[in-house]
Design a protein. Structure first.
Length: 80
């Protein structure tokens, strides 16, 4: 019964775009929570953290990479 509730909460919280982070986190959180007898709470927290980490990675991959030549001053070194 607990497993069904956990799965229902995980799938209800995850949309298609963010499902990978949530499901991965929920799996890890559910396993960790199981060892301290809080499986559902661990799965919910894991889903939240998995989504948060996936969102951070997505934002980092969308930021342009700055090379030394693109830095202010042309990357010619620092003037002290």
């Amino acid at each position: 019964m607990k497993a069904l509730v956990m799965l229902a909460l995980v799938f209800a919280a995850a949309t298609s775009a963010e499902a990978k982070g949530c499901l991965t986190g929920a799996l890890a959180g559910g396993v960790a929570g199981h060892y301290v007898h809080h499986t559902v709470t661990g799965a919910i927290a894991g889903c939240y953290m998995g989504h948060h980490i996936a969102h951070q990675k997505r934002q980092q991959s969308q930021q342009p990479q700055i090379t030394p030549a693109q830095e202010p001053g042309g990357g010619a070194g620092r003037s002290y």
